[in-house]
Design a protein around this ligand. Sequence first.
Ligand SMILES: Cc1cc2nc3c(=O)[nH]c(=O)nc-3n(C[C@H](O)[C@H](O)[C@H](O)COP(=O)(O)OP(=O)(O)OC[C@H]3O[C@@H](n4cnc5c(N)ncnc54)[C@H](O)[C@@H]3O)c2cc1C
Length: 227
Amino acid sequence: GVWAILKNNEMLTWPEKVKFAIGLLPAMLGGQAYVEAQDGLTVSEWMEKQGVPDRVNDEVFIAMSKALNFINPDELSMQCILIALNRFLQEKHGSKMAFLDGNPPERLCMPIVNHIQSLGGEVRLNSRIQKIELNPDGTVKHFALTDGTQITGDAYVCAAPVDIFKLLVPQEWREISYFKRLDKLVGVPVINVHIWFDRKLKNTYDHLLFSRSSLLSVYADMSLACK
Ligand SMILES: Cc1cc2nc3c(=O)[nH]c(=O)nc-3n(C[C@H](O)[C@H](O)[C@H](O)COP(=O)(O)OP(=O)(O)OC[C@H]3O[C@@H](n4cnc5c(N)ncnc54)[C@H](O)[C@@H]3O)c2cc1C
């Protein structure tokens, strides 16, 4: 990772690279404790504090913040960037991306479904939870689905997106500190546009290419990346 940054002269100048490296030193030396302590700072605040030039932010961190969390450097926690950077910089294949060699329903979802079924489980599609019904002691009585079905179990897991889950949290749970922490979690609206070109773009790689603009474009040559 470090070698890739040093070799590339199309994005950052040498003075910018040196200032960036000096800014990153405490993260490299301070380890996990330092990384966790940066959660209170946004990426932009951290860059300013460490004297990293603004152009590093524009050339590298707009795309990285968008790619990691779909938000801008002035909103994203620096902890998130440092966790990713540690992998990119310290592991030989840390920035390697893997693609599925087929469509996600077949190549990702079906193996999961098969595994659940092989252990005697059942996967029901188009089954929406309407309400989490509680016992008088506040534990879950059942999940009530929109079609009137009631699902009971030994343990209950709800993996709905956070904004939906917040609507499903029963009134009785809302003041419990564990669930109160949900207040700070908000979903990020993402509009996803897929563009298929009728010819190959020049200079493509077996990797994802990210634009540096604040409107994030991601390009992948599927004929190379999904082989
Ligand atoms: C454009 C885009 C590109 C991405 N690219 C990548 C990538 O390349 N690699 C990567 O690792 N990650 C990528 N991600 C992130 C990844 O897709 C998500 O992190 C992941 O899908 C989250 O999984 P999840 O199961 O937590 O939530 P989701 O996939 O959002 O699943 C939540 C499920 O809950 C269901 N649900 C909603 N309401 C109810 C209800 N009332 N009752 C029952 N079910 C309900 C929904 O139908 C949905 O199926 C990308 C995300 C986006 C938006």
